[in-house]
Design a protein. Sequence first.
Length: 291
Amino acid sequence: MAEIIQKDGTWTFDGDGVRIVPGSDKGVSLLRRTLGEVTVPLVALAGVAYEPGRRTGRLRLRLRDGACPLLQVTGGKLDDASDPYTLTVETKASAIAEYLVDEVRNALLLDSVPTGPVDRYLLPGPSLPMTVGAGDGTASFDGRTVRLEWTWHTDEAKTSSGPAGIALEDLHAVEWQPARGLEDGHLRFVSSPNAPRLPAGRDPHAVELNGFKKDPLMALLASAVVVRMPHPHAPEPLPVAEPKALGPAPAATDDPDALLRRLRELGELRQAGILTEEEFTFAKQAVLKRL
């Protein structure tokens, strides 16, 4: 086992995964403290690195594409302070950080963990229900419905229609964009790929974010929604095959002995692998109707 304890948090690797506990220091981001303890299974990891610095270094986990709903919805736009998979390390603890890196890398090699994308989320996302107030609104999610309520400074174009409610099954996408410089960010819930894109300040399905302390929590709420939506890399469902033609069914005038022989033949075809279970059942029922 390898463990590193810092003001920023504690990382523990036990061979099966990395347990991440955020620190209690006032410098720890609100997103990480709200998310709380996270365990990243080994199979979700694509790599790990230690980046030394003059005063502090950074431990950084690299997750496989599609493994984490938070990383999926933020798309690399989450800053290091809010990233739960980054740990600030004091220089005097650099040897411990490097030891943890070696242990994780060795485990990845021994288990032959692939580094490519995954087709399902390997981390569960934050617990529910969840409510976040930031920017010009408050967003809440209970696992079934997203609700948006507005503040006193929300544009009238949004407040005129009152609070918004969007069912999970009606969502096409969730977009999160942080504020950058003078440009506001947003959390947007998209119901259709062809839906008109209004400015977030006027879109009744979006919260406009102004770059304040609680803004990253909107990304956390977005991940709670995204993890319950279809995975972007999930394989397309296979079409249901029509039962194969099995030849003409016995005529209604066939005697019971002939029909019983037909049943035995169908059973032999199933045992030989010529008929699938579905095809056998379909044909058997057709014969039984003649008895």
